[in-house]
Design a protein around this ligand. Structure first.
Ligand code: PHE
Length: 341
């Protein structure tokens, strides 16, 4: 019987429960009415009187140890549970909302420009970023020795100078004219590439959006009216535009379009460098040579084209002073833009 008592005592000491339910099970098995301790007490009645004193003490010890151990284990488990709960905090509290992403400012401005021109009947056209000389230069009336073809501006593929990264999205307009008969009214947004040193005002990758309108009897006045409408929609009703003579190989006559400075209202400020005007795009009447190259009869049709840098429009719209911010994708920058353009 001594062995049985010792064995049970050992099991009590070595008991390592994982859950409260295990402790309760153990308690019932050892201390319960039909438990092992009671079985031993039953047996105790029948032992010889001279052993009673010794065995009685051991049984008492077993009983108190078992009760103590069970109480201690319960407390331990309870503490661990409380610690765990404290680490989690109040699990019924409302969660913290994840901040939603926002659209990139370049996409916002592009979408807005597309939307304005779509109201004038323009549809979006797309084309490849890796182009050939014909679609970027030759069809657009660039003479073979024109400086814009120079390695300074254009990324060429070393093995084949006929393959290059488009330097403007005018290549999409060429592809559209080759494919489609007038009337043509397309807007061509896209990424363009120029071999320029990266600074706050220039990047080797940027975005353009160009437009083309070709039909019978399209005039310079139509162009001016369309671009004025565009400027007012983007920069506000009070916006005025002016056109300065310029040169592009693919348009004649050509012009640079300025909008009145929306910061100083045309009075002159640091942003417009005291002039009251901000340059936003190039434009012009499509050169008859270009129409001819693309299979459109210049005797019958005329048209205008325009092109602008999306980064530039976004900079003016949002007051962004460093072009590089558009490419770094710092969320602190990106979160400042929302759909309310
Ligand atoms: N393609 C010209 C550029 O990249 C912009 C432009 C387009 C000018 C159409 C006039 C007409 O700078």
């Amino acid at each position: 019987m001594t062995d049985k008592i010792n064995e049970l005592l050992r099991r009590v000491e070595e008991f390592r429960p994982n859950a409260a339910a295990e402790i309760e099970e153990f308690r019932i098995r050892i201390l319960g009415k039909k438990g092992e301790l009671n079985a031993l007490l039953e047996e105790f009645r029948t032992v010889a009187p001279e052993l009673k004193r010794e065995l009685g003490q051991r049984l008492n010890l077993l009983k108190t140890r078992a009760a103590e151990r069970i109480a201690a284990l319960r407390e331990e488990l309870q503490e661990a549970a409380e610690e765990h709960a404290a680490a989690l905090g109040d699990t019924t509290r409302p969660g913290t909302a994840e901040r939603l992403g926002s659209r990139h400012p370049i996409s916002l401005v592009r979408n807005r420009i597309v939307e304005v021109f779509s109201r004038l009947g323009y549809t979006v056209a797309d084309g490849p970023e890796i182009e050939d000389d014909w679609h970027v230069f030759s069809a657009l009336n660039f003479p073979p020795e024109h400086p814009a073809r120079d390695m300074q501006d254009t990324f060429f593929i070393e093995k084949d100078p006929d393959i290059l990264l488009r330097t403007h999205t005018s290549s999409i307009q060429v592809r559209t004219m080759e494919r489609q008969k007038p009337p043509i009214r397309v807007i061509c947004p896209g990424r363009v590439f120029r071999n320029e040193a990266i600074s706050y005002r220039a990047h080797c990758i940027f975005h353009q959006i160009e437009g083309l309108y070709i039909d019978e009897g399209v005039s310079f006045a139509d162009m001016k009216q369309s671009l004025l409408y565009f400027a007012k929609e983007i920069f506000g009703e009070q916006t005025a535009i002016r056109m300065r003579p310029s040169y592009f190989p693919f348009t004649e006559p050509s012009a640079e379009v300025d909008v009145s400075c929306n910061l100083c209202g045309g009075k002159g400020c640091p942003v417009c460098k005291g002039t009251g005007w901000l340059e936003i795009m190039g434009c012009g009447m499509v050169d008859p040579n270009v129409l001819q190259s693309c299979g459109i009869d210049p005797a019958k049709y005329s048209g205008f084209a325009f092109g602008m840098g999306i980064e530039r429009i976004a900079m003016l719209k949002y007051g962004v002073k460093d072009l590089r911010l558009y490419f770094e994708n710092d969320v602190r920058f990106l979160h400042q833009f929302d759909e309310a353009l």
